[in-house]
Design a protein around this ligand. Structure first.
Ligand SMILES: Nc1ncnc2c1ncn2[C@@H]1O[C@H](COP(=O)(O)OP(=O)(O)OP(=O)(O)O)[C@@H](O)[C@H]1O
Length: 755
């Protein structure tokens, strides 16, 4: 059977020699290029050059004509098809953040950019308009315009989902475009003369079997250590712009600034293809766990957890990881990445000498870092499931929001080999917990879950610090549903040069699930609260088993929206960084188990959190990046299930859609707001306390100030903030402390009130 490889991309340097790595012993071997850096593996101090680093990459994709799914490696500097390399410097973001903090930009804002302005009347015209965004009209883009009506139609599904679970009753919204009949792909196991392998079959619209291919896997994988190379350090020491103690969260809205996610500008894919991909959403492989070289006790734990077969990302990454390779893996949301990195990490512990209980500072062997507390706790829970029959292996969690002294006591009393941590708290322990640094010198595996988030501006400094505290001689695993080009360029911060990039997202398909319908609604701010209410009411009416997540831009805005929806008698819970950890944990557990509930949250719930059966994700306002949009959306449609996503934007936020052009976000028809609903919402707004409006206003201003496209024009920013203030029912915008205005670079901007 022939194996196809992606054509090597044009390099700025001559190609390095090609090496071959066997894949799971059987049959399939793949081309790989040993990576030779083409530029210094030191953080560029001011601007990233337009080079992409060279490292071995592996892309999991079915062959175009049904050939064996390919594990292709891409080497070199050229972006993927359709990607536009960004010239944006990460340090520019940092500079921007520093500027707010150090008050350097008080008078340095540009004059008003009238060309970019959109008058109120224009906004009014857009509201209710059926026409698509400019992008669609002008470019003939493939985004469909949805059918009329905002009602949803219930549909019962008796079929099973990909995980063999009966799919619960679902509703099918009619306000998206009619879903095309798509060909599907499935994986089934077949014994071949060369060992077990997954037979991959593509079916056409009518379910008729068509193209076939194979993914090989083996039963006998060598667990040898990978090549050891030095690590890159960042000598520059980037400023993170953080000043909050709540440093493992994504929504610290002290009203001054928000953490800035990586730019998405380099990721635009000008792909000309149907808005709903004809790709497969199958992510279960036919490889059973017991076909791989996993210890019997781990296998028992896996079985008890209810896992029999591997997901595709698990099957694709396990061979490389057990061989000791560093791996950067990309797989869609909700497809089992946690087990993919935990299971082989546990195997490393199993192979290590047993813990000596009398040892004063027993080594930590596996260090897992997650960007949020919820995610860290969840990963530890999953680890404990897998460790059910390994009583001698311990897991502990260290996260912000918990008293450090109690964590210190715990670490002392219950030595663990696996530690799951959020970056800020981990750094605290490195600096303040006696003997902790020594224990970290035992680390053999470092895992960065949500790697792109951990390497962005908000966390990178902490991560660099942590990396200097663990041995260079280790294996590093990075996982995420999004791996922007910038991350590939800087991943040498932690990964060895010869790491593998394993991409399980089929070439030419979206990073989101095709079973999750994505829509956008464009409406001015004064219509957004009523619209949100209408959308929720509509969804609730259609699905009594509703489970909705509403994402807001900042913690304070989240608090405001939760308050409003609560006043409107919806069954609301809220999670954000302004809530205490005990409350967050309780609410998170409750939401996980419940139906008929709405979680209003900030980005602390955007990544990784595995709430089952979320029916709808609503994102209100500009997502921090294309990646953050994808992760938030990924809270629905997990484990192959269906879901819906609605993005509610103001007309001046519509530019976001062009940064997510590669995603099938269709225009929803405008829901109508009847006068009663309008009044009801106004009344509810008037019930909210002034303090929550004041803090939301300040946080809103801080967030959009940090969003370049909006925040660059301070005059316009203030106009918009005051529009937001009016949307809360305030005629006069709340006053903001002078100091805060100074930090935001907003002193003396007309329209702002200071105190
Ligand atoms: N092999 C398997 N078989 C069945 N279920 C699995 C398997 N592996 C993981 N799962 C389940 O799949 C769900 C999603 O897994 P997980 O949270 O690890 O996804 P993820 O890819 O990390 O998602 P995200 O990108 O949002 O972080 C979890 O409920 C997990 O228990």
């Amino acid at each position: 059977m022939s194996i196809k490889f992606l054509p090597p991309l044009r390099l700025l340097n001559p190609s390095p020699p090609v090496t071959r790595f066997p894949l799971m012993n059987v049959g399939l071997s793949i081309n790989t290029r040993r990576s030779i850096p083409i530029f210094s593996r030191v953080f560029p101090k001011f601007k990233y050059p337009g080079y992409a680093s060279q490292f071995s990459t592996r892309s999991f994709r079915p062959g175009p004509t049904g050939s064996r799914p390919e594990f292709s490696r891409r080497t070199g500097s050229k972006p993927e098809r359709g990607e536009v390399r960004t010239s944006k410097s990460l340090v520019e973001d940092e500079a921007e953040i520093s500027d707010w903090v150090s008050d350097l930009r008080t008078s340095s804002f540009r004059g008003r950019l009238t060309s970019e302005d959109e008058s109120d009347s224009d906004m009014g015209r857009r509201y209710g308009s059926k026409r698509g965004p400019a992008r669609d009209r002008d470019s003939g883009s493939n985004r469909g315009v949805a059918r009329e009506g905002f009602s949803t139609k219930r549909r019962r599904e008796s079929d099973s989902d990909e995980f063999g679970e009966p799919t619960r009753r679902r509703t099918e919204s009619t306000f998206g475009p009619p879903r095309k009949n798509r060909g599907t792909m499935g994986l089934q196991n077949e014994k071949s003369g060369r060992g077990d392998r997954d037979l991959w079959i593509k079916r056409d619209d009518k379910g008729v079997k068509g193209e076939r291919g194979f993914i090989d896997h083996d039963d006998d994988v060598d667990g040898g250590e990978g090549e050891r190379k030095g690590l890159m350090r960042n000598p520059g020491g980037l400023v993170t712009g953080e000043d909050s103690d709540d440093d493992d969260d994504d929504d610290d809205d002290n009203g001054v600034f928000e953490k800035n996610a990586l730019s998405s500008t380099g990721l635009k894919k000008e792909l000309d293809r149907p808005s709903l991909s004809s790709s497969s959403d199958s992510f279960m492989s036919e490889t059973r766990f017991d076909q791989c070289s996993i210890s019997p006790l781990s296998l028992k734990g896996i079985k008890d957890a209810g896992y029999e077969k591997m997901t595709v990302v698990q099957a694709a990454t396990l061979p490389a990881i057990v061989k000791g390779k560093d791996v950067l893996a990309k797989a869609k949301t909700g497809t089992g990445k946690t087990v993919a990195f935990l299971l082989p990490s546990i195997e490393v512990v199993v192979k290590s000498p047993p813990l000596d209980r009398d040892q004063k500072r027993p080594p930590i062997i596996v260090l897992v870092i997650c960007p949020t507390r919820e995610l860290a706790t969840q990963a530890a829970t999953e680890a404990n499931k897998l460790l059910k029959y390994h009583p001698s292996i311990g897991v502990q969690v260290v996260i912000g929001g918990v008293r450090i002294a109690s964590e210190q006591r715990n670490l002392q009393a219950n030595p663990c080999q696996i530690l799951v941590a959020t970056p800020g708290r981990l750094k605290d322990h490195i600096e303040n917990t006696s003997g902790f640094a020594t224990r970290l010198m035992g680390v053999k595996v470092l895992v960065l879950d949500e790697a792109d988030r951990l390497l962005d501006m908000g966390f990178r400094k902490d991560i660099e610090k942590i990396i200097t505290a663990i041995p260079k001689q280790r294996q590093t695993l990075m996982f995420s549903a999004t791996v922007p080009e910038e991350v590939r360029q800087i991943c040498h911060t932690a990964l060895k040069r010869d790491h593998e990039f394993i991409n399980t997202v089929e070439e030419g398909t979206e990073d989101t699930h095709s079973k999750v319908r994505q829509m956008h609604v464009i409406a001015p701010l004064d219509k957004q609260f009523p619209l949100l209410y209408v959308i929720l009411k509509d969804h609730i009416a259609d699905d009594p088993d509703y489970k909705v997540i509403v994402f807001c831009t900042t913690a304070r805005v989240t608090g405001l929206v939760a308050g409003l929806l609560g006043e409107l008698n919806l069954n609301i819970r809220e999670i954000h960084s302004r809530k205490g950890q005990a409350y967050r944990t309780r609410v998170s557990d409750e939401f996980r188990k419940s139906r008929g509930i709405i979680l209003v949250t900030s980005d602390v719930s955007a990544r990784g959190v595995d709430y089952p059966d979320v029916t709808l994700v609503i994102q209100v306002g500009l997502p921090a990046s294309r990646e953050q949009y994808i992760h938030r959306l990924g809270r629905t449609g997990r484990k192959g299930k269906e879901g819906e996503g609605i993005l509610l934007l103001a007309p001046w936020e519509e530019f976001f859609l062009s940064t997510a052009r590669d995603l099938p976000i269709t225009e929803a028809p405008m829901p109508s707001i009847d006068p009663d609903t309008k009044k009801k919402v106004e009344r509810a707004l008037s019930q909210l306390d002034m303090n929550s409006k004041q803090t939301a206003y300040q946080a809103w201003l801080g967030y959009y100030n940090s969003q370049k496209k909006v925040g660059n024009d301070k005059y316009r920013l203030v106009e918009l903030a005051n529009e937001f203030s009016r949307s809360m029912g305030l005629d006069t915008p709340p006053a903001i402390p002078k100091l805060v205005l100074g930090k935001m670079g907003l002193r003396n901007i007309p329209g702002l009130r200071s105190k």
